[in-house]
Design a binder for this molecule. Structure first.
Ligand SMILES: *[C@@H]1O[C@H](CO)[C@@H](O)[C@H](O)[C@H]1NC(C)=O
Ligand SMILES: *[C@@H]1O[C@H](CO)[C@@H](O)[C@H](O)[C@H]1NC(C)=O
Ligand SMILES: *[C@@H]1O[C@H](CO)[C@@H](O)[C@H](O)[C@H]1NC(C)=O
Ligand SMILES: *[C@@H]1O[C@H](CO)[C@@H](O)[C@H](O)[C@H]1NC(C)=O
Ligand SMILES: *[C@@H]1O[C@H](CO)[C@@H](O)[C@H](O)[C@H]1NC(C)=O
Ligand SMILES: *[C@@H]1O[C@H](CO)[C@@H](O)[C@H](O)[C@H]1NC(C)=O
Length: 327
C-alpha cells in the first residue's frame, strides 16, 4: 500500500479508536450540530462507501465518480439521510426498493447518469420533495414511479429524450411548484398536459421542438409566475393562450419562429417578456405588438426580420408611417 493510503487508514483508525467520527477515504465529512454532510468527489471511487459512512449522515454527495450501482442495502446504513446527491456518475439502473427505510429523504439528485428506464415504485418509499433526473437518457416517464400522495414540489426532467409530456405522472403531483422539461424532444403540449398542476409556479419548456400551443394548455395553471418557451419552433400563438394567468410575471418567447402576435395575446401584468430573435414581420398587422412594446419599461428589444426595408430595425422605434398605419 502506498504512503497516502496508509496515512488515510491510520487517520481513519485513530478516529475509530477514539470512538469518534469516521469518514470514508476519498471523502470529506462535515459534522454539524444538526447535520452530518459527506462529500465524495474523487473519480477513483468506484464503490459505494457504505462500510465507513457515519451512521448519522444526513446529506451525502458522490459526484463524478465511476459509481455504477447503488442498492437499498447500501443506503440503509444511513437511515437519517435527508439528501442524496449522485450527479455525474455511471448509474444506468436503479433497484425498485432503493429508498426503503429512508423515512427522512426529501431530495434525490441523479443528474448526469445513464438512466434509460426506471422500475415501477422506484421513488415510493421516501417522502420526496425534490426529484432531479436531469441529463439522463429517459425516453419515457411512468406514472408508477411516484405514489398518488406524492409531496414532490420540484421535478427536473430536463436534458432527456422525452417526446411526450408525462401527464399521467404529473396528475399525481398536485403540490408541484417547479417543473423542468427543457432540452427534450417535445413537439406538442396537449391541452390536458398540465391540468392538475394548480400549484405550479415555474414551468421550463425551453429548447424543445414545440411548433404550436393549444389555447387551453395553461388554463389551470393560474399560479404560474415564470414560463420559459424560448428556443422552440413556435410559429404562432393562440390569442388566449396566456389569458387567466394573472400572476405571470416572466415570459420568454425568444428564438422562436413568430412573425406576428394577435391583439391582446400578452396580459398587462406580465412585467418581463422576451420576444427577441423571432422573424417579426413589420407591417400594419404588428400594431398591437408595437404598442405593447412601447408601453413596457426595460425589455430586450425585438427587431423586424421583414420587410426588407425594415430589416433589423427595433420594432418599438418604428414610426406609424413605417408600419403603414398612416400615409
Ligand atoms: C453524529 O454522530 C457523531 C458520533 O457519534 C456525534 O458526535 C454527532 O454529534 C452526531 N451528529 C448528529 C447531527 O447527530
Ligand atoms: C473511471 O472511468 C474512467 C472513464 O471511463 C476511466 O478512464 C478510469 O480508469 C476509471 N477509473 C477507475 C478507478 O475505475
Ligand atoms: C403516502 O401513503 C403511504 C401509505 O398510505 C404512507 O405510508 C406515506 O407516508 C404517505 N406519504 C406521504 C408523503 O404522505
Ligand atoms: C434543472 O434543470 C434546469 C434546466 O431547465 C437547470 O437550469 C437547473 O439547474 C437544473 N437543476 C436542478 C437541481 O433542478
Ligand atoms: C397559489 O399561490 C398562493 C400564493 O403563493 C398560495 O397561497 C396558494 O396556495 C397557491 N395555490 C395552490 C393551488 O397551491
Ligand atoms: C379554445 O379553442 C376551442 C376550439 O377552437 C374553443 O372551443 C374554446 O372555447 C377555446 N378556449 C378558450 C379558453 O379560448
Amino acid at each position: 500500500m502506498e504512503y497516502r493510503g496508509l496515512l488515510a487508514l491510520a487517520v481513519m483508525l485513530s478516529f475509530r479508536c477514539h470512538g469518534a467520527l469516521s469518514c470514508p477515504v476519498r471523502c470529506t465529512c462535515h459534522f454539524g450540530l444538526r447535520s452530518v454532510e459527506v462529500v465524495c468527489p474523487d473519480a477513483e471511487l468506484s464503490r459505494y462507501p457504505s462500510d465507513s459512512l457515519p451512521g448519522n449522515t444526513t446529506s451525502l454527495t458522490i459526484q463524478f465518480t465511476n459509481l455504477s450501482s447503488v442498492s437499498a442495502h447500501e443506503l440503509g446504513v444511513t437511515p437519517l439521510l435527508q439528501e442524496l446527491h449522485l450527479p455525474g456518475n455511471g448509474l444506468s439502473s436503479l433497484p425498485e426498493d432503493l429508498l426503503t427505510g429512508l423515512h427522512h429523504l426529501h431530495t434525490i439528485d441523479l443528474t448526469g447518469n445513464q438512466l434509460k428506464e426506471l422500475p415501477a415504485h422506484v421513488f415510493y418509499h421516501a417522502p420526496l420533495v425534490n426529484l432531479v433526473l436531469k441529463d439522463n437518457l429517459l425516453t419515457s416517464v411512468n406514472s408508477d414511479w411516484l405514489p398518488a400522495n406524492s409531496s414532490v414540489t420540484w421535478l427536473n426532467l430536463s436534458g432527456n429524450e422525452l417526446r411526450k409530456v408525462p401527464s399521467a405522472l404529473l396528475q399525481k403531483l398536485s403540490h408541484l411548484e417547479t417543473l423542468h422539461l427543457s432540452q427534450n424532444l417535445l413537439e406538442t403540449l396537449p391541452s390536458e398536459s398540465f391540468h392538475f398542476l394548480h400549484a405550479l409556479e415555474r414551468l421550463y419548456l425551453e429548447e424543445n421542438k414545440l411548433k404550436t400551443l393549444e389555447n387551453e394548455t395553461f388554463t389551470h395553471n393560474t399560479n404560474l409566475t415564470h414560463l420559459f418557451l424560448q428556443k422552440n419552433k413556435l410559429q404562432s400563438l393562440p390569442a388566449t393562450v396566456f389569458h387567466g394567468l394573472d400572476r405571470l410575471q416572466y415570459l420568454d418567447l425568444s428564438e422562436n419562429q413568430l412573425t406576428f402576435l394577435a391583439p391582446d395575446t400578452l396580459g398587462l401584468g406580465i412585467s418581463f417578456v422576451d420576444l427577441t430573435l423571432n422573424p417579426w414581420n413589420c407591417d400594419a398587422k404588428i400594431e398591437y405588438l408595437w404598442k405593447r412594446l412601447n408601453k413596457a419599461a426595460v425589455q430586450p428589444e425585438p427587431k423586424c426580420a421583414a420587410p426588407e426595408t425594415l430589416k433589423d430595425k427595433v420594432i418599438a422605434a418604428l414610426t406609424r408611417k413605417e408600419l403603414g398605419l398612416e400615409e
